[in-house]
Design a protein around this ligand. Structure first.
Ligand SMILES: Nc1ncnc2c1ncn2[C@@H]1O[C@H](COP(=O)(O)OP(=O)(O)O)[C@@H](O)[C@H]1O
Ligand SMILES: [Mg+2]
Length: 507
């Protein structure tokens, strides 16, 4: 590159007790560039950016802006130098309006009063310029997570950010919202802004970045231009070994139907019909993917199938038995395994040990207990076996679940559900937020379980996951199954159905 870089990080090292989060990392950013920072969970991406944003002080190394050394000892200093950051967790005040949040701390005044009209007008102008479609007068608690993220972006732009750091921005977005964010990033770039885009998703960085820098265990592995970069190559840099992205699997050999749902109507918490007549059948030895944008009835369908919510009408049969009115416990005991959407809320008791978590469903029964006596040694023995078999790292049977990484927590959930030998395994967003290594593990395991003759239901918002794992794909849109596809369907066709294209065509 002929021009001197806009920003340079040289030899940045940051140690935390017991871990070197950044180990002599070099990174540079050109003006008008989108530069992705790629790495598994824990690789040191957020730490590096928190240093640039003045939240942490590096133990070694220097930052240069326009060739001049720069000391950034607070976010205030970062902002004064045109560096803005959108964190993984937003920092907005729910009861205030979009405009109030954006101008907070830098309010325009008319005399001693906050000049809200001026603030709103400026926010609207910025929003239009970058295609953000944010309404300045809306209250934060009334807008979607995707919109809140845009408010954070506007907040940085309002403060004059020329360099914008986005920390895993798509982690909280639906596929559609992510596409919209990419468009916003491109319009920022077109206006000359420089963007650091943090992600652990390979397809995403290949879509949006001009250059990609990969971190692994706190070290910079390489910086490569997007041209010529491949998913396989990036994955290898990220995890340091070959990973299988396309799941290798023999054709399914479907057997008898193990899960049958007929004409399910399920109402949501507000009393509205979230599932509006869903019928489906999943056979032994097949993976049926349920594709759809978040909020089209997935949660209510999963709740109904697992007995957590009773359908208003319709029928559910698991392994030949009608469980429509059964409790969640009875559904579980009748052969339903459930890898829940939110592993921290429903999958695990974070304060409990791994052994206790692994026994969560069964500790009342032999062999874990008999006549009301619990046999702790049995729990520990089983835990030791399962932790080894499922390659859970970062703790033993006595370790509290809370201290494991997300990927290892998910392996514990999978281990528990699979080890109960269920006939039907319902996996909801089973790899959300996991890194490549853990995703690969969970995917392989689901295929193994399929080949053991279980009926697998995969609910996922990730098109790639649906496409690479499913033997059949059902598309859920506004509470109905609107299409069934073979796994060789194109992303475009599936996306069209997921966003209601078929319905509109029919209308
Ligand atoms: N404030 C902190 N105190 C102690 N350890 C930390 C702190 N922040 C991050 N770490 C550790 O530093 C490493 C890198 O973390 P992080 O930068 O958050 O990774 P990433 O954003 O790539 O997932 C991890 O091992 C993490 O546990
Ligand atoms: Mg991070």
């Amino acid at each position: 590159m002929a021009d001197a870089p806009l920003l340079e990080l040289r030899g940045i090292t940051k140690r935390f007790p017991g871990v070197v989060a950044n180990d002599h990392v070099d990174f540079e950013l050109a003006k008008g560039e989108v530069h992705a920072l790629l790495g598994e969970n824990g690789a040191g991406k957020s730490t590096l950016m928190n240093i640039l944003y003045g939240l942490y002080h590096p133990d070694e190394g220097e930052i240069r802006l326009n060739g001049k050394p720069l000391r950034i000892d607070s976010p205030r200093a970062a902002i004064d130098n045109g560096i803005g950051m959108v964190h993984q967790h937003f920092m907005l005040i729910p009861v205030m309006s979009v405009a109030e949040n954006i101008v907070l701390g830098v309010e325009p005044h008319s005399g001693p009063f906050l000049d809200l009209d001026t603030a709103q007008a400026r926010v609207r102008e910025l929003s239009e310029r970058f295609g953000l479609a944010v309404r300045p007068e809306a209250r934060i608690d009334s807008i979607s997570v995707g919109m809140q993220q845009r408010v954070e972006i506007l907040k940085a732009l309002y403060r004059g950010a020329e360099i914008l750091i986005l920390d895993e921005p798509t982690a909280v977005l639906t596929p559609q919202e992510a596409e919209e964010l990419f468009a916003i990033v491109r319009s920022l770039q077109a206006e000359g802004k420089s963007i650091i885009f943090i992600s652990h998703k390979l397809n995403e960085v290949l879509k949006i970045a001009d250059r990609i820098t990969t971190l692994r265990f706190g070290k910079e592995v390489a910086t490569v231009p997007r041209e010529g970069a491949t998913q396989e190559g990036l994955a290898r840099m990220m995890v340091g070994r070959e990973v299988v992205l396309r799941v290798e699997k023999p054709p399914a050999q479907p057997g008898e139907p193990l899960l049958v749902a007929e004409d399910l109507i399920v109402v949501d918490d507000r009393g509205l019909e979230a599932c509006r007549g869903i019928s489906l059948e999943v056979r032994a030895g097949e993976i049926v993917g349920i594709a759809g944008v978040d909020g089209n009835g997935q949660t209510e369908l999963i709740d109904a199938l697992t007995g957590l919510r009773h359908p208003a009408s319709g029928r559910i049969v698991v392994g030949g038995r009608d469980v429509t009115d059964a409790t969640a416990r009875e559904v579980l005991d009748n052969g339903m395994g459930h890898i829940p959407e939110d592993r921290q809320l429903r999958g695990l008791v974070l304060d409990f040990s791994l052994a206790e978590n692994l026994a969560l469903h069964d500790f009342r029964k032999p062999p874990d207990s008999r006549f009301g006596w619990l046999f702790p040694r049995r729990l520990v023995q089983r835990a030791r076996r399962l932790l080894a078999e499922f390659d859970v790292r970062g703790g033993g049977p006595e370790t509290p679940a809370a201290s494991l990484s997300g990927g290892n927590q998910q392996k514990v959930v999978v281990a528990r559900e699979v080890s109960r030998d269920p006939r039907v395994l319902l996996a909801a967003q089973p790899t959300r937020g996991l890194d490549v290594g853990a995703i690969e593990f969970v995917h392989r395991r689901l295929v193994t379980e399929r080949d053991e003759g279980r009926a697998i239901v995969l609910v996922s918002f990730e098109l790639e996951e649906i496409l690479s794992l499913s033997d059949r794909i059902l598309v859920l849109y506004e509470g109905r199954i609107v299409g069934e596809y073979q796994p060789d369907v194109s992303e475009e066709e599936l996306g069209f159905a997921m966003t209601g294209g078929l319905e509109n065509e029919a209308a």
